[in-house]
Design a protein around this ligand. Structure first.
Ligand code: R5P
Length: 305
């Protein structure tokens, strides 16, 4: 096996490689003055199962182009199989036509990944359960929920005074799954409206009972508005302690500051997306998906190849 890493999350790539007892293969990524990239694999990978680790986080266009080039280089160099580990899958929001005239970005990405030579995809907590169907290659859709369930158990919060909350209707399946992992802890679902033009979010109501302790579970935090509005609604309905579990810490613009100042007391995220120093804030705790990823590669990919 050979493991290659693009430039978007080196700490995670190193950690996955270490758990597999491997080192990252040397890779040259030369950036021309105009920003274009030239990629060259400096290792012998012919006949090898190649794993390429590259979350396609912001700027997604750049992250994807780099991944496409690394994959192309691996294919041309004779890789036996190519597995793309894309813990955060950029461009998944637009998974169908919402309003006539729109492009379906996810289908474009799925088509290009197959075309450049990806055989397997490993990814985490996709926005919708239907997304893997868009890909014409096997997709290992993993989740950080087990890490979050362990944290909640450590905190000792139980069903007597705690409710799990999905901040929107789209998260119902996720919250049901999380509830099952936690001995059927009760859950509630917020009715969220998002204005498609302005992006503004409104938490308009909640289905289910609110308890003293509330645990909001989401796939990603971008602007932070979904979490902030959900927390405001939960407080107004009687919750007094609110924590958050969200897999992808996209943390756009001033999300860190707004979340630090919000009514939420702790925010657990994972390392699917590299979090730069200036985006860290006191209330945020980062859990690693490296172990789950390495196990999946060991048990499925290498076994299948
Ligand atoms: C939306 O449906 C997703 O599940 C997240 O709730 C959303 O992407 C979070 O975005 P933001 O932090 O910008 O509200």
């Amino acid at each position: 096996m050979k493991i290659l890493a693009g430039s978007t999350n080196t700490p995670l790539a190193l950690s996955i490689a270490e758990k597999l007892g491997e080192k990252l293969s040397p890779l040259e990524i030369f950036i021309f003055p105009d920003g274009e990239k030239r990629v060259r694999i400096e290792d012998q990978i012919a006949g090898e199962d190649v794993v390429i680790i590259q979350p396609t986080s912001s700027p997604a266009d750049n992250s994807y182009m780099e991944l496409f080039f690394i994959t192309d280089a691996a294919k041309r160099s004779g890789a036996k199989t190519i597995t793309a580990v894309i813990p955060y899958l950029g461009y998944q929001r637009q998974d169908h036509v919402f309003r006539s005239g729109e492009a379906v970005s996810l289908e474009v990405i799925a088509g290009v990944l197959k075309m450049v030579g990806v055989n397997y995809l490993i990814t985490f907590d996709l926005h919708s359960i239907k997304i893997p169907e868009v890909f014409q290659i096997p997709v290992f859709h993993l989740s950080a929920l087990s890490l979050f369930a362990d944290e909640l158990k450590k905190k000792g919060w139980d069903k007597e005074d705690c409710v799990l909350v999905s901040p929107d209707m789209g998260g119902i399946r996720r919250i049901k799954l999380f509830s099952e992992m936690l001995n059927n802890m009760p859950f509630a679902v917020i009715n969220k409206n998002r204005n498609l033009s302005s992006g503004e979010v409104e938490a308009v109501g909640i289905e289910g009972e609110v308890a003293k302790r509330a645990v909001i579970v989401d796939d990603m935090i971008s602007s932070g508005n979904t979490i902030i509005k959900a927390a405001q609604l939960l407080y107004s309905k009687g919750a007094s302690e609110i924590i958050v579990f969200a897999t992808h810490a996209v943390l756009s613009i001033d999300a860190p500051q707004n979340l630090q100042n919000s009514q939420v007391s702790e925010i657990y995220v994972s390392d699917t997306v590299f979090i730069p120093e200036n985006k860290y804030f006191q209330k945020m705790k980062v859990l690693s998906i490296a172990d789950i990823t390495a196990r999946t590669i060991k048990e499925n990919i290498l076994h299948q190849a």
